[in-house]
Design a protein around this ligand. Structure first.
Ligand code: IMP
Length: 433
């Protein structure tokens, strides 16, 4: 049975967790493949709200096994606290969380260095989540990382390894004017977490290969979004991992040929948290209205998100990079009260226009969006069925499909599990709606 991948199509916060929660009803495994505690995945079940950071969103379904893949950078203390928090809310996680031996650890010096780099950048700050993500991936790339597999060493050997790393990083911290960390404290805290994590650490690759071979259903969950991808995003205003579909293969050990459905998640408008170019950003009343109606505040940091209209230039580029087979459009209901809605279909720069998102973020900074304006629907859509959606809302969905050349198969109309419309396959699927 092939693998489904869910990937963010914008700058993160597209509502991936809700779509994963919807798709996870029918799967056996949900696998995270990159990122770490920078992610904030919110699922609403009845009156309860769950915010996941490192544990895959599928944990709420008792038969789902959740895998934290080798492409992740995991804060071990935060992971233990997150698992305890989930258990405290009555979810039985026993035997249902596996952590790849290949995943790297985020340690306290990574967090301090991330914060310091941000403070030093001042006006040029990336706007990171300050969770230590970039320094942890940098250590991985310079081959100085500590991996989950290292937790399986004898305590004395782990003490030596971590002690050495803390002392090396203390030199860096001191050079940057920060207080050094106590190696003993870092080691003791890690050893306490180790006791809890060792039973979860495994070579998750054969687990997934065997699952796929046995016809079990596997869903891979992307974190952040394609425009924050280290290679394809608005570098340097990106995260430090491969959020796009390619990262799902390296971050899980599943071969690229295993992925047969790649679902792109897009909000019906755009948001971005953190700094960097955002061509369709609305800095005035419209942006404010989108933020308030869409409750656009970061799950991990609480920061207000920058808001603007749907960007079809970025979206069609991202559809291609990921090979998206279909799209889930989220938060369409946030547009319910607008008299008209705008979509950016090209960028203008000087006398020329472009319809592909530029490879260089500096080029994105200088473009002006070229908009199309469509009629709004001025009706509440939340809770409606496909056949009851207002005509302009259906026209908006169909227009986006055409602009980005990818079918929209799911439309989310509110935070609740039930507020979801499935559009059956086939080009005529929306014709009667
Ligand atoms: P970092 O991943 O903490 O290094 O942050 C780098 C950039 O990615 C910043 O602009 C963050 O705001 C953004 N970012 C990281 N994680 C998320 C996320 O889960 N949602 C939205 N933006 C994110």
């Amino acid at each position: 049975m092939p693998v489904t991948l869910v990937v963010g199509g914008q700058w993160g916060d597209e509502g991936k967790a809700k779509i994963i929660d919807y798709l996870a009803r029918d799967v056996d495994f949900v696998v995270r493949y990159q990122g770490g505690a920078n992610a904030g995945h919110t699922v609403v079940v009845g009156t309860e709200k769950f915010a996941f950071h490192q544990v895959p969103s599928g944990i709420l379904y008792p038969k789902v096994t959740c895998v934290l893949g080798g492409g992740m950078v995991i804060d071990p203390l935060a992971l233990v606290a997150e698992i305890d928090g989930i258990v405290a809310r009555g979810v039985d996680v026993h035997g249902r969380v596996l952590v790849s031996a290949q995943a790297h650890l985020v340690l306290p010096y990574h967090v301090l260095l991330d914060c310091d780099s941000e403070d030093r950048r001042a006006d040029g700050a990336i706007g990171t989540t300050r969770k230590g993500i970039a320094p942890a991936y940098a250590d991985k790339a310079r081959r100085e990382g500590i991996r989950m597999a290292d937790l399986l060493r004898k305590p004395a050997s782990l003490r030596d390894l971590v002690g050495d790393r803390v002392r090396e990083n203390n030199r860096l911290l001191k050079a940057r004017g920060m207080k050094p960390l106590s190696p003993k404290k870092v080691i003791d805290e890690l050893l306490a977490a180790r006791t809890r994590l060792v039973p979860l650490v495994a070579d998750t690759r054969p687990v997934l290969w065997e699952a796929v071979a046995a016809g079990r259903r596997v869903l891979c969950e992307g974190a952040q979004g394609s425009l924050l991808d280290i290679d394809h995003g608005t570098y340097p205003y990106v995260t430090s991992s491969s959020c796009t579909a390619g990262g799902a293969a390296t971050g899980t050990g599943l071969p690229p040929s295993a992925f047969d459905r790649i679902v792109g998640i897009f909000k019906a408008y755009c948001t971005r948290v953190g700094n960097g170019p955002f061509p369709t950003e609305e800095k005035g009343e419209i942006g404010k209205k989108l933020r308030e109606l869409g409750h656009e505040y970061g799950t991990t940091t609480g920061r207000p998100r920058r808001c603007g209209w749907f960007d079809a230039v970025a979206a069609r580029t991202v559809v291609k990079i990921n090979g998206m087979t279909d799209i889930a459009l989220t938060k369409l209901d946030v547009l319910d009260t607008f008299a008209s809605v705008k979509v950016c279909n090209a960028y203008r720069t000087g006398k020329s226009t472009m319809d592909v998102f530029p490879a260089d973020a500096r080029a994105v900074e200088s473009v002006s969006p070229v908009y199309e304006t469509l009629p709004g629907w001025k009706e509440a859509t939340s809770g409606r069925r496909l056949e009851d959606l207002p005509r302009p809302a259906v026209d908006y969905i169909r227009h986006l499909e055409r602009l980005v050349s990818c079918p929209i198969h799911l439309v989310s109309l509110g935070p609740e599990r039930s507020a979801m419309v499935r559009i059956p396959h086939g080009p005529a699927s929306l014709m009667g709606a």
